[in-house]
Design a protein around this ligand. Structure first.
Ligand code: ADP
Length: 458
């Protein structure tokens, strides 16, 4: 990237430098030409009017030559030198482009390199009026060195190169600083992604930027936090399942050990085998529970016309003894008949799960624990509300309670043996409700109680 920027800057500077120098060179040559053409015209005019006075002409040519810092020659129409400000070419014939065109009546100029020096050479014709006709009688040729001007150009060129190198260095330094500060948060994010993929879930990137990059960092940190939570839930889920399976296995092994050591009578064998059977039934139930939760996506609902009030009352009849045994009373509040289409057994399973949770997470510090159930309906929907005054759920955990495998990591909840679970109940509830095309939501205040609301569109 930086290389591309540098190449672009170098090309731009070189191009700009070349244009500036070329223009400067043209202007200098043009100015020199104008100055020398003026001198050549004056010499041609003076010669034309004083042709006979060769001494005057010689003096004039030398004086102008000195003034213009140039060599001035006057040639006749046969290209023979009549006057030379340097006196070396007198009576010699010179033939070049400028002389030929001057003798044809046209002024001309050109730049040459003669003996390694840059020279500007120009000519003007000496024109006389003979009987109303113009006649070219000779030419004035001026040649001047351009070395001084060209050394100015060289100086400018050197200065431009120095300025270019300095600007390029400054531009490069700024580019490197800009690129570095732009890519820094991206590099931190890349590092964090590597950390995450190497298993360090929950790794967070320090946010110093606002705007889009800041938002990206926020989303990344949120994702990383969620992944950690999911991983913790998964571990705890596997932990509790393994624990649940290990307990019956240990008792089965202990029972078999005692049977193989002693020589007990058939009655003892029968009793032990009965215990073993019970343990295997417990394990079977656990496995079924797991299978149900995992295969829930595949279930087919047995939809029939039902009365919601009837299903609620039926379920309450079943759970009331268990609730009351645990000191929780069930209050049926404002209940009315609502005809709905549903799978009766699955909805009963939902209600059982909600009642079971409300009993399980009751608050022992409260004088009276209760669960209140109500059914309300309007033209748009029917609302089944189940409210308890149990332990409540902390705000942070609310967004996860319907996720499979999530359990609240509260030490007081986990230590209590009758609050054992796998964090599956509410995920099953949500699944069944959504399979019916209904909605479930929860509200809770830690220490006050929880409320589960099922909305059935009418
Ligand atoms: P489990 O009960 O097996 O842990 P659930 O999916 O039924 O799993 O519930 C998830 C979590 O939500 C529970 O661990 C519990 O902390 C919390 N929870 C559910 N219902 C209630 C309730 N009525 N009162 C307080 N906490 C609840």
């Amino acid at each position: 990237m930086i290389l591309i920027y540098s190449v672009i800057i170098v090309i731009a500077f070189t191009f700009f430098g070349m244009v500036v120098i070329e223009n400067y060179r043209n202007i200098i040559i043009r100015n020199e030409e104008i100055r020398l053409f003026q001198t050549a015209n004056i010499v041609a005019d003076t010669y034309r009017t004083n042709m006979e006075d060769i001494i005057l002409i010689n003096t004039m040519v030398k004086s102008y030559g000195k003034q213009a810092n140039a060599r001035i020659l006057i040639l006749d129409s046969h290209k023979m030198v009549i006057v030379d400000s340097f006196n070396t070419y007198i009576d010699e014939t010179i033939d070049n482009e400028e002389i030929r065109s001057a003798l044809e009546g046209k002024s001309n100029s050109g730049t040459y390199i003669l003996e390694g020096r840059n020279v500007l050479q120009l000519s003007v014709p000496i024109v006389n009026d003979v009987g109303g006709r113009k006649r070219v009688d000779g030419a004035v040729l001026i040649s001047a060195s351009l070395e001084e001007e060209f050394s100015d150009i060289k100086n400018l060129q050197n200065m431009l190169i120095k300025v270019s190198i300095l600007s390029l260095s400054i531009a490069l330094i700024f580019t490197i600083i800009a690129v570095n500060s732009l890519t820094k948060p991206l590099r931190s994010l890349n590092y964090a992604v590597e950390k995450l993929s190497s298993g360090e879930l929950g790794y967070k990137v320090q946010k110093r930027e606002s705007g889009e990059i800041g938002k990206l960092i926020d989303s990344f940190n949120e994702m990383s936090g969620k992944l950690k939570k999911i991983e913790n839930n998964r571990k705890s889920f596997i932990n509790s399942i393994s624990h649940e399976l290990k307990t019956p296995l240990t008792s089965i092994r202990a029972l078999i050990d005692s049977l193989t050591i002693g020589e007990s009578g058939i009655e003892v064998y029968k009793e032990y085998l009965e215990d073993i059977k019970e343990e295997t039934i417990r394990m079977g139930q656990l496995v079924n529970y797991l299978l149900n939760s995992i295969k829930l996506e595949d279930i087919n609902l047995d939809i029939k016309d039902e009365d919601l009030k009837d299903i609620v009352e039926d379920t309450v009849k079943l759970v009331r003894p268990y609730a009351e045994k645990n000191g929780v009373s069930i209050i049926i509040n404002k209940i009315e008949s609502v005809n709905i289409k549903c799978d009766r057994n699955k909805i009963k399973e939902v209600l059982m799960n909600l009642f079971d949770n409300a009993v399980k997470y009751r608050d022992p510090d409260k004088k009276q624990n209760y669960i209140s159930v109500s059914i309300e309906r309007n033209r748009k929907e029917a609302k089944l509300v189940m409210e308890d005054n149990g332990l409540g759920i902390k705000g942070d955990d609310m967004s996860d309670i319907f996720n499979r495998g999530f359990r609240v990591f509260d030490s007081c909840i986990r230590m209590d043996s009758d609050k054992e679970g796998y964090g599956i109940g509410l995920s099953i509830v949500k699944n069944i409700i959504e399979k019916h095309g209904w909605k479930i939501s929860a509200e809770s205040t830690y220490g006050i109680g929880s409320k589960f609301i099922i909305r059935i569109p009418m």
